[in-house]
Design a protein around this ligand. Structure first.
Ligand code: ADP
Ligand code: MG
Ligand code: MG
Length: 249
């Protein structure tokens, strides 16, 4: 599914990722934890192809293709989905239009016909119900005036509609109340499948009580300094990151 080998990347002339390697197989859920500023979001941004992030070394293979040969939109069509820590607002474009365009592009790539407006509306309504997002949000501008929790629900809605192969959630739990956290977790759990993988970036162990990962990795100073299973997350919660960082230096 995803093979990251010795990835180096910089942002504004500053080296952030310094030799990161990670392999994610179909069906696996990997959690990435680590101190603030360690490069977690940078990893997500580099993978999704966001502007301003320069890859200076290493390689990433996604679905057997060289990820860096693909434009951002192609990555999405190929089935890569990134849920941002701070979702963008796109005033003036209705959420429904935005979602339909994204779903049409993904379906086209998969060789499936476009859904009619009526079919899509039905699907979008059913899916919004599953994420407890009022249908009124489908008509509003993308994320325009949405609360933090509503933006996250909207992201999970988008993720469910797109049916990606690999979902990256970057601190999707930050600032969420427990109900919204459960919506995110239930959404992810409902989508877990032998062919779909997740990278869950999180600061806190808490989310991993709801989304139980197969592997947990610690990212510090731009590299993965330790990998383990769920127990590692519990250990980190109890002991913090300091012991690992001093071990790794
Ligand atoms: P994390 O998500 O682990 O908290 P980030 O990947 O957001 O860490 O940031 C890693 C480092 O890169 C930080 O020092 C941060 O200030 C820097 N950085 C990230 N994005 C940018 C950017 N767009 N412009 C300048 N510096 C950035
Ligand atoms: Mg951060
Ligand atoms: Mg971050």
């Amino acid at each position: 599914m995803l093979r990251i080998t010795d990835l180096h990347a910089k942002v504004e002339e500053k080296d952030i990722l310094k030799g990161l390697s990670l392999t994610v197989k179909p069906g696996e859920v990997h959690a990435i934890m680590g101190p603030n500023g360690s490069g977690k979001s940078t990893l997500g941004n580099v993978l999704s192809g966001r502007d301003g992030y320069e890859v200076t070394g290493g390689s990433v293979e996604f679905n057997g293709k060289d990820l860096f040969e693909l434009e951002t939109e192609e990555r999405a069509r190929e089935g890569l989905f990134l849920a941002f820590q701070y979702p963008v607002e796109i005033p003036g474009v209705s959420n429904m239009e935005f979602l339909k365009a994204a779903v049409d592009a993904r379906r086209k790539h998969l060789g499936l016909p476009d859904l009619s407006a009526v079919e899509f509306m039905k699907l979008a309504r059913e899916t919004s119900k599953r994420v407890s997002l009022d249908q009124a949000f489908l008509k509003r501008g993308v994320n325009e005036g949405f609360s933090g929790g509503e933006k996250k629900r909207n992201e999970i809605l988008q993720m469910m509609l797109l049916e990606p192969r690999l979902c990256i959630l970057d601190e999707t739990d930050s600032g969420l109340d427990i109900d919204a956290l459960q919506v995110v977790a239930e959404g992810v759990n409902a989508m877990r499948d032998k062919d779909r993988s997740f990278i869950v970036i999180t600061h806190y162990q808490r989310l991993l009580d709801f989304i139980v990962p197969d592997y947990v990795h610690v990212l510090a100073h731009g590299r993965i300094i330790k990998s383990g299973t769920r127990e590692l997350a519990l250990e980190l919660e109890a002991k913090g990151y300091g012991w690992l960082e001093s071990e790794a230096v």
